[in-house]
Each structure stands twice: as structure tokens, then as C-alpha cells.
Design a protein. Structure first.
Length: 157
């Protein structure tokens, strides 16, 4: 009888140890998955912050290049540099558009894409201004659109 009790006690101890190990393993796996998911979310947040911030900066540069080129063409400012200024505006447009594509790939927020595209298109249309009053209106409108993009992006990082 004693021997049976010893065997039963040993079997119960082994089963308890196995159950404890299994439960510990399950909780550790859950903890690892949570940590991995948290790290993934943080990497995505950092990448979005970088892309959104860089895009906003490129919009500002693109806007400035377009305005500078418009004043050169329409008011003769820096007229000798017209070709250089046109080239700069094309380069700024290309850089902003590349970052816009990256932004579209990294976000799942349609309102953010809408704000990003609206600012990009409006800046691209600065050169269509007919006179100084029109370019000032477009300048102010594009500044507001950049601000709307930044405010929208802030809610997604």
C-alpha cells in the first residue's frame, strides 16, 4: 500500500510538473507574441512618422519652388535663373510625388491620403495663377492644405 501511495504521489507530482510547464509555456508564448506585436506597431508608427513628416517638408519645398518660379516668369524676379528655377520645381515635384507614393503604401487612412493628394495637386497648380492676387490666393490655400495634412497625419501616428 505504501508503495502504491508513493507511486501515485510520484505520478501526481510528474503530472503537476508537466501541467505547470505547459501553462508556463503557453503564457510565455502569449507574452512573446504581445511583445512582438508591440514592437511591430512601434516600428510602423516610427516609419509613418518619418514618411508623414518628410512628405510635409517636401510639400513646403515644392510649394516654395513653384512660387519662386511663378514670380520669376510673371514678375521677372531672378529672370536669369528661370531655367534653373523650373528645374528645381520639377525636382521638388518628383521628390514630393515619390514620398506621396510611399505614404499611400504605408497608410490605411483614406482621409490622410485625400489630404496628402489635395495639397500636392494644389501646389502643382500654383503655376496656373493668372496674376499676383491669384498666386497669393493659391499660396495661402496651399499653406492651409499643408496644415490640414499635418493635422490629419498627427491623428495617425
Amino acid at each position: 500500500m505504501r508503495r502504491m501511495n508513493a507511486i501515485a504521489t510520484s505520478v501526481i507530482a510528474v503530472l503537476g510538473t508537466l501541467l505547470g510547464s505547459t501553462v508556463t509555456h503557453v503564457f510565455q508564448q502569449r507574452s512573446v507574441r504581445r511583445m512582438e506585436e508591440t514592437a511591430r506597431r512601434e516600428r510602423l508608427r516610427q516609419e509613418r512618422l518619418d514618411v508623414y513628416g518628410t512628405y510635409a517638408g517636401l510639400l513646403v519645398d515644392f510649394r516654395q519652388a513653384m512660387l519662386h518660379h511663378w514670380f520669376c516668369v510673371h514678375e521677372g524676379r531672378d529672370a536669369e535663373d528661370e531655367v534653373v528655377l523650373r528645374g528645381r520645381s520639377f525636382e521638388q515635384r518628383a521628390s514630393a510625388q515619390q514620398k506621396l507614393f510611399q505614404l499611400q503604401l504605408i497608410t490605411d487612412a483614406p482621409e490622410l491620403v485625400t489630404a496628402a493628394v489635395a495639397a500636392f495637386r494644389a501646389i502643382g497648380d500654383i503655376n496656373r495663377a493668372q496674376d499676383r492676387a491669384d498666386v497669393v490666393t493659391r499660396r495661402d490655400a496651399t499653406r492651409e492644405l499643408i496644415d490640414v495634412f499635418v493635422a490629419t497625419a498627427r491623428g495617425h501616428v
